[in-house]
Design a protein around this ligand. Structure first.
Ligand SMILES: [Zn+2]
Length: 239
């Protein structure tokens, strides 16, 4: 676990799961557990038991300067000067519109100023997501989970971002078995770590309607990656 604080109750849920003898040993088994057992405690046990998938830690530069830029961004947009991430409440799915993992890493490492919706002023820090999933299913982590990454308007202080390498449509990701399986395994683990509900795993295209959406400057998202119809298919494999 990368995050220094444990989500409230996680330890209890794990203890319950152990006591019940129902800790699933694989992510796929845990995803199927709720249907098999059905009680509240059983669902909690399934959440607590989702296995951490293999993750390659490949950090982009995120030193004091970029953290200060993130904190200043958070001040402008959320009213709180901090680059620290609290307990995440949502997961936002994206795709890169960049052809490879390495081109995506370079883009995120470059820390180039970016705007919000069309016509807004470009600001630093540059975009990043905590995770990027390559077409072959390798999961990379580019930033620690205790810092905010800027990947979505209105939710950077609430949401973990996951980018899938893809140029045109989430439909193509759903067709790549290894890539979508890795994405679902990662999301299941994040759900179990932080108690994130299925409805809070959303696409970038859905972000403006999130119940947590907030931007003090009136910015909004104008990206259409991962619309609802594709996210609903993705959700079939999560908790
Ligand atoms: Zn996006």
């Amino acid at each position: 676990m990368n995050y220094p604080k444990t989500a409230a109750g996680t330890a209890t849920l794990i203890a319950l799961a152990v006591a019940a003898g129902s800790v699933a040993t694989s992510a796929s088994a845990s995803a199927e557990a709720p249907a098999a057992i059905g009680a509240t405690v059983a669902v909690a046990a399934a959440r607590a038991s989702a296995a951490r998938p293999p993750i390659v830690y490949d950090p982009i530069p995120f030193g004091a300067k970029r953290k200060n830029q993130m904190a200043a961004y958070a001040q402008r947009h959320y009213g709180v000067y901090t680059s620290s991430f609290g307990i995440p409440k949502q997961v936002i799915l994206h795709y890169t519109v960049s052809p490879t993992y390495s081109s995506t890493w370079n883009w995120m490492a470059a820390n180039a100023a970016a705007g919000g919706n069309a016509g807004t002023k470009k600001e630093k820090p540059g975009a990043c997501t905590h995770f990027v999933i390559a077409k072959n299913g390798t999961i990379y982590q580019l930033a620690p989970l205790d810092v905010m990454c800027r990947h979505v308007v209105g939710l950077n202080n609430q949401a973990i971002g996951i980018e899938f390498v893809e140029m045109k449509s989430a439909r193509n990701i759903l067709r790549r078995k290894k890539q979508v399986a890795a994405g679902r395994a990662l999301v299941r683990w994040l759900q179990s770590e932080y108690g994130i509900a299925k409805r809070d795993v959303i696409g970038h295209a859905m972000a403006n309607k999130s119940r947590f959406f907030y931007d003090r400057l009136g910015w909004f998202n104008d990206h259409d990656d991962w619309p609802t119809s594709h996210v609903k298919i993705f959700r079939r494999g999560i908790l």
